[in-house]
Design a protein around this ligand. Structure first.
Ligand SMILES: [Fe+2]
Length: 195
């Protein structure tokens, strides 16, 4: 059992899926500290207020971090608001500068924009999702299309930022968009060992 669990957002894109999605989150055993960030689907056109999402995640035992920091197991988890549909960078809060910071950013573009402006300086690890690794991949080529503005540069996997040394991992996640299918892109849950 991990010490902490982070959910990277895009729980549900409409009300019909909230019940099932919550049932899924509730299957995760209690014990670990659980954190969540909103993805673009939770915040799309503000179909539910952000504070409602805080309550929904709370019901499933997850603490929603929207430009907020929480500490667990000696790690400071800082969840970024989504830049695509949320208030993103305009409402950002101070990010702890410590070697024990883990940034949770649904969209790698949010974190990339902050890396470019030095606002994530000192953060060694950034965990992202959103792209689904492309969802449809061709061996030897990778994602056919991606939802990152950086296209294939941030489609999937581990990246190291040359000037800060930060490692960003863009997970393929476990969900699907538009088509409930994946090709050469299995769902994944990332395990991180901070020791
Ligand atoms: Fe997303």
């Amino acid at each position: 059992m991990p010490d902490c669990i982070a959910f990277g957002g895009d729980l549900a894109g409409d009300a019909a899926w909230i019940g099932k999605s919550l049932d899924f989150l509730r299957t995760i055993p209690s014990g670990p500290r659980k954190f969540a960030v909103c993805g673009n689907w939770e915040l799309r056109r503000r179909w539910l207020p952000a504070e409602r999402w805080r309550k929904i995640f709370d019901e499933a035992g997850f603490q929603l971090l929207m430009n907020e920091t929480a500490e667990a197991c000696g790690i400071q988890f800082h969840g970024l608001d989504d830049a695509k549909e949320g208030d993103g960078l305009s409402r950002e809060a101070a990010i702890p500068r410590s070697e024990n910071v883990c940034i949770l950013s649904h969209n790698p573009d949010t974190a990339a924009a902050m890396l470019l402006t030095d606002k994530l300086k000192g953060a060694p690890l950034i965990l992202c999702g959103h792209t689904h690794g492309g969802q449809f991949r061709i061996p030897g080529f990778g994602a056919v299309v991606t939802s990152s503005r950086y296209r294939k540069r941030l489609e999937y996997g581990a990246y190291r930022h040359s000037s800060t040394g930060a490692t960003m991992y863009v997970s393929a996640g476990i969900g699907a968009t538009w088509f409930n299918a994946r090709i050469c892109c299995p769902p994944e849950v990332l395990f991180v060992n901070f020791c």
